[in-house]
Design a protein around this ligand. Structure first.
Ligand SMILES: Cc1ncc(COP(=O)(O)O)c(C=O)c1O
Length: 309
């Protein structure tokens, strides 16, 4: 990387600036009410061919556009402009390491929580090592948090908006207070939903099981990737409602997401699942990294090489 992380270049309102020069009005609805939608997009450095690959870039932009539609935030930039902004910002930093690219559209100006405009956008790539602590662990001791996951009748977890992460925060802070690495939420029906910033999978009798997209979860791109990679490997995949006690007796479990990749869950509520990474979890993580680094012949359409463009 050409610049240190405190002086990196970000794309802000159509220009590439030093991060310290990008200022947001403190009275804007994004500052006051979390009125923004965003994506955390993973980028992987492949040293064999000197290329930085963005993983599933177009799917992330499509989800950003769906979140804007659901939140009724007016779009200031089209699909191709967003894609170009992301690529230009990575190039401006000359990144040659694994990164996470925060892409946020927000409501600016002096309106209130009901405003739909003026909207704008920033794109801020960051080195992967600088993301939250739970994303950099080798394995996780989790609790079931006493806070329930938001649901589609209250604040839809399908929308990737800043405000949803207050619910995530309540669960995460409870987990840390009680000596766990992170938490898993139950939904309003008392069934397993997801982690605060990740999706949940468990493995039983060689079958991969994850909650349905209508069980109060984000429509995760990693979840979709894991399902496809598991099917490629000839494994059975089941999307179904999961009970809390099923976790305690799972053969393997993991949380996954663009930031977390595939991280094994060692225990839930102090019930041990595995003492080290399980066989299937390990195999899926390897397949995931191969795909993200452009090494999977079957899924070349998932990667965008920045330095080709
Ligand atoms: C609440 C929540 N669930 C799931 C995920 C995983 O989503 P993705 O795989 O698209 O990163 C994330 C991460 O962005 C998240 O914040």
């Amino acid at each position: 990387m050409k610049y240190d992380v405190e002086n990196r270049r970000i794309w802000f309102k159509g220009e590439i600036l030093n991060v310290n020069d990008a200022k947001i009005n403190i009275l804007a609805p994004t500052s006051q009410f979390g009125l923004n939608v965003f994506e955390g997009i993973p980028g992987y450095w492949n040293s064999d061919n000197g290329q930085l690959y963005i993983f599933r870039l177009e799917d992330h932009i499509k989800r950003l556009e769906k979140s804007m539609k659901l939140m009724q935030i007016d779009a200031s930039y089209g699909f191709d402009e967003i894609k170009k902004a992301i690529i230009d910002t990575i190039k401006a930093n000359e990144y040659d390491e694994n990164i996470s690219i925060r892409t946020t559209t927000f409501v600016d100006g002096f309106g209130s929580w009901g405003s739909s405009e003026p909207s704008d956008m920033f794109v801020a790539p960051i080195s992967r090592g600088k993301t939250s602590a739970e994303y950099n662990k080798k394995g996780l001791n989790c609790c079931i948090t006493s806070w329930r996951r938001i649901d589609d009748t209250v604040l839809s977890p399908r929308i990737k908006c800043g405000a949803n992460y207050i619910n995530s925060r309540m669960g995460q802070r409870e987990a840390l207070r009680n000596g766990y690495d992170t938490c898993i939420f139950l939904n309003s029906q008392g069934k397993i939903s997801e982690g605060p910033g990740s999706c949940f999978f468990m493995i039983k009798n060689n079958k991969i099981i994850t909650p349905k997209l209508t069980d109060s979860v984000l429509e995760s791109i990693t979840r979709d990737t894991v399902i496809k990679l598991a099917l490629d490997a000839g494994l059975d995949v089941e999307e179904r409602t999961i009970d809390r006690t099923e976790l305690y007796v799972a053969d393997e479990a993991f949380l996954c997401g663009s930031a977390m990749e595939i991280t094994p869950v060692y225990s839930v509520d102090r019930y041990e699942i595995t003492s080290e990474v399980g066989k299937i979890t390990k195999m899926l993580h390897k397949k995931y990294l191969d795909a993200a680094m452009g090494k999977d012949k079957l899924h070349q359409d998932w990667v965008t090489g920045v330095y080709d463009l």
